[in-house]
Design a protein around this ligand. Sequence first.
Ligand code: TRP
Length: 335
Amino acid sequence: MNSEITEKKAVVLSGIRATGRLHLGNYLGAVRHFVEYQTGSNRCMYFVADWHSLTECPDPTKLRGNLIEMVTDYLAAGLDPEKSIIYAQSSVPEIAELSLCLSMLQPLGRLQGLTTVKDLVRKHGSATLGLVTYPVLMAADILGPKATVIPVGEDQTANVELARELARRFNNRYGETFPMPEAIKEKIKVPGLNGEKMGKSDAVNAVDIGAPIDDMRRRYLKDGITDPARKTRSDPGDPNKCLSVYPVHALVTPEAELSRVGRQCRGAEIGCVECKNLLVDNLAKLIEPFQAKRQELDSKRSEVVEILHEGGKQARRIISETVAEVREKMGIVIY
Ligand code: TRP
């Protein structure tokens, strides 16, 4: 991790839609890094973006359930309420107020031209106002706590750029208020079993980190695609052409073992089955502690709710301060 980030007092913030349980890709690509930021004097704020989830209009019962599931997975993965503020977006109504204020500074054409928005409009076949303006809500998520470090997937960097534009525009018009948020791109693209990026709702491709290790092994052995050019055990393979096994080894396997596996693949000294088994062994070392913690938390739902309650109060305190400053600067008086 960039040492500058840990040395300066950074406000690290990221949000995840309440779409359901984590999969291996979310864990290796994102949540594992969220955990790493919880050091030094960083202020870390991680939230479940439940309002954002409404752009997809999920079932209300599902949304409520998903929120709790996601937070439980976060906690099992190592987010620590003693070190991070963990909350639901909707626990802080001031975020919606800030979003309204920022929307007054946001040209509509720029939103409609954003690929992040266009992609969603295409996916849904129509656009609600909430969908088109979701990057402004995201800017409010970021600017509310005056966040400076935003770890996000590649697909979200354009939205962080929009938050920077809004911060700049607000500062120019009303005086210095917001620091510039920086997107930290999560470089890791975790391939699923077929080699495509692990997609959330794509059950065929995604590996559920809650699944028993035996299931995971069976799925890798059966569906994990390796180097398509390596037809038989005696053909030499190319780890860099391996679609779903070697790239995950590279994320979880210790360096010495990784280079040995690579060498043995090139020399046809190891078969794909053996290589897959080694991968699942190493995944198990990471995932078993997660699963144990998850199981423990499953019997303590009220503690999870309490963490959200406390996190919501802390986040609200911080964000309310910014929103009071914004009101004052914009000339809004609450009588
Ligand atoms: N829009 C993000 C996504 O779809 C989630 C999100 C909402 C977010 N607010 C945020 C991410 C603020 C980072 C910072 O993945």
